[in-house]
Design a protein around this ligand. Structure first.
Ligand SMILES: *[C@@H]1O[C@H](CO)[C@@H](O)[C@H](O)[C@H]1NC(C)=O
Ligand SMILES: *[C@@H]1O[C@H](CO)[C@@H](O)[C@H](O)[C@H]1NC(C)=O
Ligand SMILES: *[C@@H]1O[C@H](CO)[C@@H](O)[C@H](O)[C@H]1NC(C)=O
Ligand SMILES: *[C@@H]1O[C@H](CO)[C@@H](O)[C@H](O)[C@H]1NC(C)=O
Ligand SMILES: *[C@@H]1O[C@H](CO)[C@@H](O)[C@H](O)[C@H]1NC(C)=O
Length: 190
C-alpha cells in the first residue's frame, strides 16, 4: 500500500512537472489544420494565447496563426496597431467568433476608439490572403497573412478575448489580463 502510494505521488509529481514545462514552452509542438506549419512561435504573456509565424523578408509578409483558449460562447482577436502609440485605439484587428452552425467567421476592423463599432472593413495594411479561423479543442486559431506595415519586422500587437451574446461580440473585461494584452512583437526573432 505504502509503495503504491509512493508510485502515485511520484507519477503525480512527474505529470505536474510535465504540465509546468508545457505551459512555459507550450507553443513549440502545436499542430495546425491542413498541414500548415510556422517557423517561429511565442507564448503570449496573458489570456492563454500564442502567436506562430513565418516571415518572408523578400516581400515583407508574415503568415501568422494566433491561437487562444476560449469557451464556445467567447470571441478572440489579434491585431497590429501601426500607430506609434500602440494600444487598442488605432489597432487593425482580426476577430474570430463561432456562429450557431459551428462555423467560425472572421471580422476585420480598425478600432477607431476604445468603444468601437465593429464594422467588417478593409484594414490599413495589405491582407493578401483572406483570413480564416477554426475552433477546436477549446481554442480558436486565426490564420492571417499580412504585409507588415512599413515593411517593419517590429510591430505593436494586441490581442483580446471576450464574451458573445446570441452570437454578437460583447465588450471584453476592462481589468487584469485583458488590459495587459499588448506586445511589441519582433517577427525576426521569437
Ligand atoms: C516538443 O517535441 C520535442 C521532440 O519530440 C520534445 O523534445 C519537446 O520536449 C517537446 N516540447 C514540448 C513543449 O512539449
Ligand atoms: C511572399 O513570399 C513567400 C516566399 O517566397 C511566398 O510563399 C508568398 O506567397 C509571398 N506572399 C505574397 C503575398 O506574395
Ligand atoms: C522589405 O524589407 C526587406 C529587407 O528587410 C527587403 O528585402 C524587401 O524588398 C522589402 N519589401 C518590400 C515589399 O518593401
Ligand atoms: C467580413 O467580410 C469578409 C469578406 O467579405 C467575409 O468573408 C467575412 O465572412 C465577413 N465577416 C463577418 C463576421 O461577417
Ligand atoms: C466565455 O469566455 C468569455 C471570454 O473569456 C467570458 O467573458 C465568458 O464569461 C465565458 N463564458 C462562460 C459561460 O464561461
Amino acid at each position: 500500500m505504502a509503495r503504491l502510494l509512493l508510485v502515485l505521488v511520484a507519477t503525480t509529481m512527474l505529470l505536474l512537472a510535465a504540465g509546468a514545462t508545457a505551459q512555459q514552452h507550450g507553443c513549440e509542438n502545436a499542430t495546425f489544420q491542413a498541414g500548415r506549419s510556422f517557423e517561429r512561435c511565442h507564448t503570449l504573456p496573458v489570456l492563454e494565447a500564442s502567436l506562430y509565424w513565418t516571415y518572408h523578408a523578400a516581400n515583407g509578409t508574415a503568415e501568422i496563426a494566433f491561437r487562444a483558449q476560449s469557451n464556445a460562447t467567447g470571441w478572440v482577436a489579434w491585431g497590429i496597431n501601426p500607430s506609434a502609440s500602440g494600444g487598442m485605439a488605432g489597432s487593425n484587428v482580426f476577430v474570430a467568433s463561432l456562429g450557431g452552425s459551428g462555423a467560425v467567421s472572421v471580422l476585420t476592423t480598425i478600432l477607431k476608439t476604445t468603444s468601437p463599432t465593429l464594422d467588417n472593413t478593409t484594414l490599413s495594411f495589405a491582407v493578401p490572403v483572406p483570413p480564416t479561423a477554426e475552433y477546436a479543442a477549446g481554442a480558436y486559431t486565426i490564420y492571417v497573412t499580412v504585409a507588415l506595415p512599413g515593411n517593419s519586422t517590429q510591430q505593436n500587437t494586441v490581442w483580446q478575448a471576450g464574451p458573445l451574446s446570441g452570437g454578437a461580440i460583447m465588450a471584453h473585461l476592462m481589468s487584469g489580463p485583458n488590459l495587459q494584452s499588448v506586445k511589441r512583437q519582433d517577427f525576426l526573432s521569437g
